[in-house]
Design a protein around this ligand. Structure first.
Ligand code: ATP
Ligand code: MG
Length: 416
């Protein structure tokens, strides 16, 4: 029979990746909880209009990348391409926006119909944090602190933070018009994508990867010329705070982000070890989204960590210290319950240990060979003599030493 292949753009994580993955999730979630964030659980499927209205009709995500389908009752549904819109929708539905500032986090799969390559899949995973109801740029600083702690813990030492300020919605509108006026006569020198964006989403041209387009942009108007005083002040304050918190950053005036809802601060963390898909974390402020989705007006800022890329960036740098692995081995099937009994005792006394007990599935030699191959640290061997004298023989698989016929007390203190 022929084998099934995985669907294009989906990723089968290796067991090592999965281990690192759950380590990162646990670390990040407990860090977020220590900063007083609550987990919010939101669905993978939303009405398509939610993304059209929030992410924006003229963005790549909405135009080209959504997995959209009809429900049986002919409603247009979409697998979420990002979480910010769904989180805001759920928060409005649940009345969270009406009960003071909120700090929320969630994680899970996102879906975008993209060309698969290293660090770019059609199903990918994000861990996101959102702050609602805090106008102060201190909210941004708190998110920076959290992400920097994750980066430090996983030793992504080549990471760099880039920031920009897009100004208010009004500033962006004025800047877009000026950019269009400047680029229209030079349209033929732009790459194809940028030519298409010129009319409907000119800001996106700024992050074009084409060197020709970047050359044309050199003398183009800059967002800084269009920032209102309020946005200028916020941006200056943000930069001052970053200095005060000793968080290193670079300003990138071409950083625009691919979603329409952002205003003022936008930011991305990049790592060169990732190759061309080098952004592994990104976010920004989106003060107008709650009203666009029918909620009360509420300032908001959020960040999303791309877990797939984070795992690639730290895989070779961060080594996990595994818990102790213990194999319990019996030499006769009369001792099946006995073997289970001691396995349960060790699990109860040492919840961090990994205790594997397989009954009498094969002979001692093969069991020891398997334990060695799977990086077990110790084997506890139960033969007739041990069972009759209620003792335990230990083989230290790391050193090769044997410790024969220990009492239960001696076994427990040995394991300590
Ligand atoms: P890119 O420019 O790489 O397409 P983006 O701006 O579309 O990224 P965001 O919408 O900001 O991405 O999503 C936040 C993070 O999610 C990204 O920084 C990245 O780490 C991750 N991400 C986005 N799209 C993908 C994908 N297709 N595969 C893997 N990770 C992704
Ligand atoms: Mg993208």
């Amino acid at each position: 029979m022929s084998k099934f292949e995985k669907v294009r753009g989906m990723h089968n994580a290796s067991l090592e990746e999965a281990y690192l993955w759950s380590h990162v999730s646990k670390f990040s979630e407990s860090l977020l909880k220590s900063f007083s964030y609550s987990e919010i659980r939101i669905p993978v499927v939303e009405y398509t209009d939610l993304f059209k209205r929030s992410v924006g009709n003229e963005t790549d995500i909405v135009n080209k990348e959504m997995f959209t389908f009809k429900s049986k009752s002919d409603k247009s549904l979409t697998l979420r391409p990002e979480g910010t819109a769904g989180c805001m929708r759920a928060s409005i539905n649940q009345g969270l926006l009406d009960s003071g500032p909120q700090r929320l986090f969630y994680s899970g799969p996102m879906y975008r119909y993209e060309r698969p390559q290293k660090g770019r899949n059609r199903e990918f995973f994000q861990l996101s944090a959102e702050i609602y109801g805090i106008d102060s740029v201190y909210a941004e600083i708190e998110l920076f602190q959290i992400i920097e702690k994750i980066i430090k813990n996983y030793k992504i030492d080549d990471s760099r933070l880039e920031i920009n300020s897009l100004g208010s919605e009004d500033d962006q509108r004025k800047f877009s018009i000026a950019l269009q006026d400047y680029l229209k006569p030079l349209k033929n020198q732009l790459d194809k994508d940028s030519q298409n964006r010129l009319r409907k989403n000119p800001l996106r041209i700024l992050d074009s990867k084409s060197t020709e387009t970047q050359k044309v942009l050199r003398d183009a108007p800059k967002i800084a010329q269009f920032r209102s005083d309020d946005s200028k002040n916020k941006y200056e304050l943000l930069k001052n705070l970053l200095d005060e918190f000793e968080i290193t950053y670079e300003e990138n005036e071409n950083l625009v982000r691919g979603l329409d809802y952002y205003n003022d601060s936008v930011f991305e963390w990049k790592s060169d070890s990732l190759g061309s898909q080098n952004t592994f974390c990104a976010g920004g402020r989106y003060d107008s989204l709650s009203k666009k989705l029918g909620g009360r007006s509420s300032p908001a800022v959020g960040v999303s960590l791309g877990l797939d890329r984070l795992i690639i960036a730290c895989k070779d740098k961060f080594s996990i210290t595994h818990s102790k692995k213990i194999a319990v081995i019996i030499l006769d099937d009369k001792f099946l319950a006995y073997g289970n009994n001691i396995s349960e005792k060790i699990r109860a006394s040492f919840p961090d240990f990994e205790v594997r007990y397989s009954g009498l599935d094969t002979n001692l030699k093969t069991q020891l060979k398997r334990a060695n191959k799977n990086n077990f640290n110790l084997a506890i061997i139960l033969g007739r003599e041990e069972v009759e004298s209620e003792t335990y023989t230990i083989k230290d698989l790391d050193s090769g030493n044997n410790y024969e016929k220990l009492s239960l007390e001696d076994l427990i203190s040995f394991l300590k």
